[in-house]
Design a protein around this ligand. Sequence first.
Ligand code: GDP
Length: 384
Amino acid sequence: MTDDLLIWLLAGGVPLVAAGAMSVLVSRRRRRPAPSVASEESDAPGSPSSDVAVAERTAAEAAAPPAFEVPAPTAGRATRLRDRLARSGSPLGARLLAVLSRDRLAEDDWDELEETLLLADVGAGPSGELIDALRTQVRVTGTSDPAQVRAMLRGQLLALVDPSLDRSLNTEPGVGEDGSPVPAVVLVVGVNGTGKTTTVGKLARVLVADGRSVVLGAADTFRAAAADQLATWGARVGVATVRADRDGADPAAVAFDAVRQARATDVDVVLVDTAGRLQNKAGLMDELGKITRVLTRTAPLSEVLLVLDATTGQNGLSQARVFTQVAGVTGIVLTKLDGTAKGGIVVAVQRELGVPVKLVGLGEGPDDLAPFDPEAFVDGLLGP
Ligand code: GDP
C-alpha cells in the first residue's frame, strides 16, 4: 500500500500504526512506576531538582520490564480438564455408575441408562451404541463387580469420544515460495455469545506461553466493543491487535491486514476473530467466504476453529452445522464446559459435524482453556 502512514503516538507509550483504512494497535505499554509524593513535589516547574527527578524517572521507566502478564504454562492443562469435571460432580458419570452398580440389571435399568445419556446430550445414535455394547459386555462377562463395570463403561465412553481423532492444533509457521516465513493463520468462527473473542484471547496466551509471537485480527467490525475486548486480551500479554478504524469496515480487509502485518514483522501466528451474526445464512456465507478467499491469497489457512457453547445443546448444534457448511471447519472449541452437566455434547458434536473437539473452555479465567484430551475427559466424567 502506498499511502501507508506511520504515526507514533508517544503519549502513553502506545505506538499506533495506521495503514490505509486499517490501524494496528500495538499494545506494548511500558510500566510507569507510581510517582511518590516526594518526587511529585520536586517536579514543580523551575525547581532545580525537577530535571534530575525526570531524568531518573525516565531511566527507571526504560529499565522497567514491560508489565505483561505471564500466562500459565500449557503443560498439565489436560489434568485441569479432568479435575474441573470431576470437581463439578459430573452427574453423567455418577448417574451411570449408580445404575450400573445395581445387582441385576433389568430392562428398566438399561432404559434408565439410555435416558441418562440422552439427557446429557450424547445424542440418540451414540447413546444406543453405548448401551448395546455395554449390555453385550455385561452379558458375556456376567460381572456385576463395580470396578469391572466401571472399567467397561470407561472403555465404551472413550470409544465414543474417539481417541484416534487428530486433535493437534496446527500453529506452525510455514515458508512461502520465495523462502520468506509465512505465519500460521487461525480463523475463529461461531455464533456471537459462544465465547469466540474470549477463546481467541485465551489462545493467544497459550501461544505466548509456548514462546510463539502472535498478531490478533479483529474482523468483527460490526461491534467496536468486540475489537476493544480483543485488544485488551492482546495487550495483557504484549500481543498486537489489527482492527478497523470504523464500524462496519470490510472484515476481509482487516483479516488481510493482520496477516500482512504478521508477515512484515515475522510473527508466527495470526488469530482472526470474526463476527457471528446468524440471521442470514447467505450473508454469513458471503462474509466468511470472502475472508477465507482473501486470507488464502497471502497465506494458507492453518485452522478454522468453530467455537460452540456446550450449554446450548442441540440448539447450538444446528447453528454449528451452518458454519461447517460454509467455513471448512477443522476443529471445535467447546466453551463453558464448566457450566454444564451435559458433557455428552462432546460426542454429539463430533458425530454430527464430523470434526474433532480440539480445545475446551473451562471457565472465564484467562487461562481456562485446555486441549481436549479424551482420557482426561472420560476420567473427569466418571469422577474419582
Ligand atoms: P463472542 O460473542 O462469541 O465473542 O463471546 P465472548 O467471548 O464475548 O464471550 C461471551 C461470554 O461467555 C463472556 O461472558 C465470557 O466470559 C463467557 N465465556 C467464554 N468462554 C467461557 C468458558 O469456557 N466458561 C465460562 N463459564 N464462560 C465463558
